[in-house]
Each structure stands twice: as C-alpha cells, then as structure tokens.
Design a protein. Structure first.
Length: 674
C-alpha cells in the first residue's frame, strides 16, 4: 500500500468518528444550515507564485449554543449512554424548556422512545405544548402517541386545539388523516362518533368542507355503511365538482363492493360493533353490491366527464374495473390515461396485459412494444449516467470528499415502486405472439429473457411451445425438472403439467395427476376446482358436481364454485330453479364478473326468458369479448327473433377466435357462415 493511501484511510476514519459523535449528540440540529460545513471546511493554501485576492467574509449568524448549554447536552448524552435514561431525559427536557427549542424536545422524545418510556414521552409532549402553545408539532406528536397507545378518547382536546391553530393546508391534511386513526382504534365505533363531533365545526367551512365530508364518508365506509359514504361524497362534490378526494372515495366504495363476501362480512361486523355509538341507520347504509357499484360509478363518470379531470382517475378507475373483470371498460379507461401520459411505461404495460386477456393480440403487441421502447430508453439513460459517474469518480482526486456517489445499479432501479422489468414485457410479447399462432416469434421473445429472470412462467411457456411441436415428453420433463421452492410454485408446476396433458387431449392422465394431488391436499380448493373442470371435460358430471359441492362445504361463499355448478346445471337443462339460485348468489358475491353475468343470462335462456337473457348476455359481452359469451348471446338473440344481430355477433367473435369449438358448433347449428 502506498503511504498516501494509508494516510487517506486514517483521515477518513478520523472524520467518520467525529461525524458519528456529533450525530449521537444531536448537535447538528442546533447549528444553522451550512454552518458546520463552513466551520470545518478549510480552504487549500494558494501557491506562492499566485497573488491572493481578498475575499469578503460573510457575516456569521451565531447559534445560541452557549458553553453551559453545550455542557448540559453533553452530560445528557453521556448519561444516556451510561444507561441512566431517566436522568438523561430530565437533563434534555430541562434544556428544551429553558430554550423553547423544538429540536431539543424532539431529542428528549427520542430518548424516551429508546428507553421504552411511553408515559414519559406523553408527558414530554404536554410539557412541549405548555412551553410552546403555538407549536403544531407538539400537539401532533401528542396525538400520534395517544393513537399509538389506543387512547383515542384522549385525542379530542389536542385535536380540537390543533385544528384551531393549524394553517388551512395543515388542517385539511389533519382532517383527511382521521379515518386512518379510526381504523386503528380498538373501539372503532366510539372513535367514529368522537371524530364526527370533532368535525362538525368544519363541515361547512369553505376551506375544509370537502375534506370534512370525505373524512366522514371514509369513517362511514369503515363502519360498513358504504351508501352513506357515497351520500357524503356527493355532498363534497356539490361544493367543489372538480375535487379529487370524493371521487377516490367513490372508487374505494366500488372496490369494497367488489371484494366479495369476506370484505362485506368484515363490514357487517364493523357496523355491528359500532351500532351502539353510531346514529340510527336504515338499510340504505348496506345496499346490495350491484346498487353500490352503480351508484359509485355515477360519481366517477360524472367527474371524468368534466374538462380538466385528473388523469390519475382514469388509471384508478381502470384498476377497479379490471378487478371486476370488466376488461373492455378497463381498456377504454387506460386508453384515455395513456392519451395524457404517453411516456408512462406502466400504463402501456397494463393496457397490453388487458388486451391479451381480451384476446386482441395485435393491439396487445402494439401496446407492449411502446412499453418496451420506453423501458429500454430509460435503461440506456441509466447506463449512460452510471458510465459518466464512473468516469467522474476515476478522475477525482483521492482526497476529494465531494466526489459524486455511484449511480444506482439496474437492480436498485428495479427495486423502486412499481418497477417495469424488461423480462416481464418480453414474456407478454411472447404471449401475444402465441395468440397470433406465431410460435416462432413467441420462442424468439422467450429466448431474450435474461437468465436471472427465467421463472416458472417462462419455463411453462417454453414447455407449451415444445408440446405444440409434438415434443410432449420433453415438455413434461422440462416442467418436472423446474425448481419450485414454495407450495404456490409446486401447485403452478402441477397445473402446468395438467394443462399440457389437457391440450394434448390426454384427459385421463390429467385427472389422475389431480386426483393424487387432491388426496394429499384434500382442502386445496384450487386443486379441487381444477379436478372438477377436468371431470366436466370427461363428461363425468356427477363427479364434477360432488367436487364443486365439496368446495362449497369448505368455502360456502366461493363465487366460482357456485357459478360453475349453477352453469353446469343450466347447460344440461337440469334443476333450473336451483341453478338460478346458485348463480344469483355468485352474482351477488361478484356482481361485475362477466362470466357470472354470462351464466345468469344462460340460466334465463334455458328458462325461456329470451329477452332478459339477451340483455344480460349483451352486458357480459360488452365487458369481456369472450368467444363463448358471444356464442351464448347469439343463441339468445336468435331465439328472440333477432337473427341478423345474432349472425353479426357470431361473425365478430369468429374474427377474434376462429378455432373455438363452442363457437364453431353454434355457427354450424344456426347455419351462420363466417
């Protein structure tokens, strides 16, 4: 090692110890911004041959850090290090009181937190507020501690004071945070009632009207009263039609109505728990999911119809619609979102994924290519920045403490929020190629996936391509050899193997594999459901029904099992009243799922209600351009005497998926040419 390197190492170690000591003492908080840097940075001596020019010395703003105060702070810190936390806290608190300094109160609180002295921390916040009555930080800290200790009732007075002394923006933020505090309380009903009373003075104030209505609406939603939440959202928008928070509340109501029975059961429990303290309500608070979704959607669409609506609402709305399986509507909203945010790769990626689900591979390919171009350009910029930073570091002197830090690596960049990985786009492009029946292009995209990103999905797709080439044995060996460290990965492997066998019409082998898996995991609902679906293909309908009913014993509110069993009965024209009951129950659990709406329409068709059937099936088809839904819609339209319309629907579906067996049989039976 060169001597200079050794000296550099010692110098940096010394500086590190000094910096660590200052951080431990908390003195950085007491110095004016930049003062420590001015004090410690020594200017290099000028060469003798160069005349020096006098430089004006800026006026120094002295800190109030006096010798006695410095000694007191040092004593407090050293006492803390020696384990005498109570004495250390009192020393720091005494300094804070004498100097009326937020930073010293903060340090006293930090000491109390390190010592686990919760009651002492609360006492410090009250002392802080008594010494500095206009300090919003003191009140806010007290409120946060009370909420953490679940002493919600004690927050009423400090909250009232804080609302009074806050600036308008601070007041709005505080009001908006109350529903989260109510959710964290053990007695949610009591907290809700207290916050409702607290907000009454602000409900009609111009600066807080929207925030107060939305906060009350969210509290109502937390209590399982979503229709009242929508009333409050409407009232907020009446005072400010362009306000965003009421629309986000409406979207959350849509989400809560989409989550199914578990979410609604939780809402009912919350409502029951708060019934004693909440005002009397009617059935309006807990309306059926379909009514909630329709009402909330009116609010969202009314907002979006305005000029200048926030583009983020299109994205949020699309996310809710996708959760509801209303993919056609979700794609429409995403196209509006990318119109305003054309350089956002995640939007193009989401749109491409939805187009794939809608079996529109041409549109999906175009969307995904845009996402790929944006991500590739961003990666190139990051690589150039890293190269530039590396060059700058290489040219910097050994003692240059101001040299720039290295740029983050590609892995670090992908660790950020909502990263878009090149490999994910490449896999989706391979899926789009598969849907176009272009296996060569699909294989090309899969070959580009980086080795570190090859997962079970990539292996599954490669195996599928091999099976299509007549190499089923090789495909099965590839899947079986793949690593699977978790139960979810093991299930994925098994279901991939089953699907390969189904695709090759080897249904008996597929069922044998599922039967063995179910014997080992009798309560795995997903595996039971898949075995039932294979039994349906094998025309073992009694066995299929037994398996679906077994699921309903394990999960009575399983909408997919209810739908599958109800549809199966209707498709065989059996026990139609029972089928209708099951599908209606599934529809209540998942009101926007187009496949369940399709089943409901199919039951109506079997019962001879052709007009009602056509209406429901048209609704399902508008949400999801699925080939089998199209075939059902055509059947209902044909039976209702609308034969030209039925033929148009069949031809449109044929353009999307000409190979579908159900569609081909329907067109042949109705004698509709492509």
């Amino acid at each position: 090692m060169r001597r200079t390197q050794g000296l550099k190492h010692i110098s940096r170690a010394t500086r590190a110890r000094r910096t660590s000591l200052l951080a431990g003492l908390g003195l950085a908080l007491l110095l004016p911004a930049g003062a420590w840097a001015q004090k410690t940075a020594a200017a290099p001596a000028a060469p003798a041959s160069v005349p020096t020019v006098p430089v004006p010395v800026p006026k120094v703003e002295n800190s109030y850090l006096s010798g006695p105060l410095l000694r007191q702070l040092l004593e407090a810190e050293l006492t803390m290090r020696e384990g005498q936390s109570a004495n250390a806290i009192e020393l720091m608190l005494q300094a804070a009181r004498e100097n009326k300094d937020d930073a010293l109160y903060r340090r006293a609180l930090q000491m109390a937190a390190e010592a686990g002295a919760g009651d002492k921390a609360l006492a410090i916040t009250r002392s802080w507020h008594a010494a500095m009555p206009r300090s919003t930080e003191a009140l806010l800290t007290e409120i946060q501690l009370l909420i953490r200790f679940d002493r919600i009732a004690d927050t009423a007075e400090p909250l009232r004071q804080l609302l009074q002394i806050s600036t308008p923006p601070e007041r709005v933020a505080l009001i908006s945070s109350l529903p989260r505090a109510q959710q964290r309380a053990k007695d949610k009903g009591a907290a809700a009632e207290m916050f409702r009373q607290l907000l009454q003075p602000w409900i009609d104030a111009p600066d807080t009207r929207v925030a107060a209505h939305v906060a009350l609406g969210r509290i109502r939603l937390n209590q399982g009263q979503p229709m009242f939440a929508l009333d409050l959202a409407d009232q907020a928008l009446a005072s400010d039609p362009k306000a965003l928070p009421p629309v986000l509340l409406a979207l959350d109501v849509m989400n809560s109505a989409t989550d199914g029975a578990p979410a609604r059961a939780g809402a009912r429990a919350a409502a029951a728990a708060s019934a004693a303290s909440a005002p009397a309500t009617t059935d309006k608070g807990t309306a059926p999911s379909t009514a909630l979704i329709a009402r909330a959607e009116v609010i969202v669409r009314r907002y979006l119809a305005q000029p200048g609506a926030e583009p983020v609402v299109h994205q949020a709305y699309a996310s809710v619609l996708a959760t509801q399986q209303r993919l056609t509507d979700a794609a429409e909203q995403l196209r509006l979102a990318v119109r305003d945010n054309a350089t956002q790769a995640p939007l193009w990626l989401a749109l491409g994924e939805i187009d794939l689900e809608l079996h529109d591979p041409v549109a999906a390919d175009a969307d995904l290519q845009k996402a790929l171009a944006l991500v590739s350009a961003e990666a190139a910029e990051e690589a150039a920045a890293r190269k530039s930073a590396a060059a700058a570091n290489a040219n910097a002197t050994d003692d240059d403490d101001d040299a720039p830090a290295p740029a983050p690596s590609a892995d670090a960049a992908e660790a950020g929020p909502n990263p878009v990985r090149l490999s994910h786009i490449q896999v989706l492009l391979a899926r789009a190629a598969e849907q176009r029946h272009d296996d060569a292009a699909a294989a090309k995209w899969l070959a580009q996936v980086d080795a570190k990103d090859v997962d079970l999905q990539v292996i599954s797709m490669r195996a599928t391509l091999l099976a299509r080439q007549g190499k089923l044995g090789e495909a099965l060996r590839m899947i079986r050899a793949a690593d699977a460290g978790t139960p979810a990965e093991q299930r994925y492997k098994l279901l991939t193997e089953v699907q390969l066998l189904i695709d090759e019409k080897r249904l008996g082998e597929a069922r044998e594999i599922l039967g063995k898996a179910n014997a080992e995991n009798p309560d795995d609902v997903e595996l039971v459901y898949q075995e039932a679906m294979v039994d349906e293909r094998l025309n073992r309908l009694d066995e299929m029904e037994k398996l679906l009913r077994r699921i309903l014993v394990l999960q009575p509110d399983n909408s997919q099992a209810l739908n599958a069993l109800g549809y199966s009965l209707a498709d065989r024209n059996l026990r139609l009243d029972e089928a209708l009951t099951m599908v209606r129950q599934a529809h209540e659990l998942s009101p926007a799922d187009p496949f369940i709406v399709d089943s409901l329409g199919w039951v109506e068709y079997r019962m001879g209600h052709f007009d009602a059937a056509a209406s429901l099936l048209a609704q399902a088809y508008s949400s999801r351009k699925d080939t089998e839904i199209a075939a059902h819609l055509a059947e209902a339209l044909w039976a209702d005497g609308k034969r030209d319309e039925a033929a148009r629907v069949l031809r449109d579906a044929h353009r999307l998926d000409a190979g579908n067996e159900v569609l081909k049989k329907t067109m042949a039976r109705l004698k509709v040419a492509p």
